[in-house]
Write a protein that binds this ligand. Structure first.
Ligand code: DGL
Length: 274
């Protein structure tokens, strides 16, 4: 496999969540082209068995590599928890950037020593989260919540309605009672509801969106491997979904501030894309 600097960055998520990472990449590296894969036919990943998420992730990685991706952004905490280590072993020549809950900056920043973490069940169950907590929590008390149903609300474009608010209040109010001063967003869907989260927790609680740091890390890896785009013009984004292309197309201007065409992709089974 030979990679070139003008090849695109490949990004995937179970749905629109990875667009929070894509948005940061567009901001920081507009000259890069991107292929975005949202596996909306399988959403949500969070409650699924690890092995199945691993199979999906491997097939999507192959799909992106076949389309010349020069680096793969696993823009999904759940897929990172289930598959990142496996993908790195399986594709040793490929560069991957993954997600892990931002416990490290949260633990460094908190004054009260109490931090809330929002993520999916699979993310909390995975070895990656356990290792992040072990390495970085440093005596800080973590309060976790899986926000059941929140990913689906965000997928439907419900970023501020009553149901979304209820899910977030159920998660955050008990944490506020424990005196948290920091909230870690351990799911790439959640940055889209930061305005609502901030309303619930108030201005004195810091909400950490990891997307800018992940985009930065992507840029660093491209730089170090000589793979940064040299183009002087803005790169394009090709979108693929295993769900409804029209629905994703209609959400792009809201989530990304730019439109795009979306192509539909079919799964043959859990391990193969047509
Ligand atoms: N966006 C995903 C994450 O970062 C997963 C959402 C889901 O499919 O459950 O964890």
């Amino acid at each position: 496999m030979a990679f070139h600097s003008h090849f695109p960055i490949g990004i995937f998520d179970s749905g629109v969540g990875g667009i929070s990472v894509l948005r940061a990449i567009r901001d920081q590296m507009p000259e890069e082209s991107v292929i975005y894969f949202g596996d909306q036919g399988h959403i949500p990943y969070g409650p699924r068995p690890m092995e199945q998420i691993r199979n999906f992730s491997e097939a999507i990685t192959k799909f992106l590599l076949e389309r010349n991706a020069k680096i793969i952004g696993v823009a999904c905490n759940t897929a990172s928890a289930a598959a990142l280590k496996y993908l790195r072993e399986k594709f040793p020549n490929v560069q991957f950037v993954g997600m892990e809950p931002a416990v490290k900056p949260a633990a460094e920043h908190t004054q009260t020593g109490k931090v809330g973490v929002l993520a999916t069940p699979a993310t909390f169950q995975g070895a990656l989260y356990a290792s992040v907590v072990e390495r970085f929590a440093n005596g800080v008390e973590l309060f976790q919540n899986t926000c059941p149903g929140l990913v689906q609300q965000i997928e439907q474009g419900n970023l501020s309605g009553g149901e979304t608010r209820q899910i977030l209040e159920d998660a955050l109010v008990p944490m506020l009672e424990k005196n948290i001063d920091t909230v870690v967003l351990g799911c790439t869907h959640y940055p889209f509801v930061i305005p609502l989260i901030q309303k619930i927790v108030g201005a004195n609680v810091r909400v950490i969106d990891p997307a800018p740091a992940v985009a930065k890390q992507t840029g660093r890896l491209l730089e170090a491997s000589g793979m940064k785009s040299m183009s002087e013009s803005r790169g394009g984004v090709d979108f693929y979904t295993s769900g409804d292309p029209a629905a994703l197309e209609s959400m792009l201007p809201v989530l990304l501030d730019e439109g795009g065409e979306v192509e539909r992709v079919e799964w043959l089974d859990d391990t193969r894309i047509k």
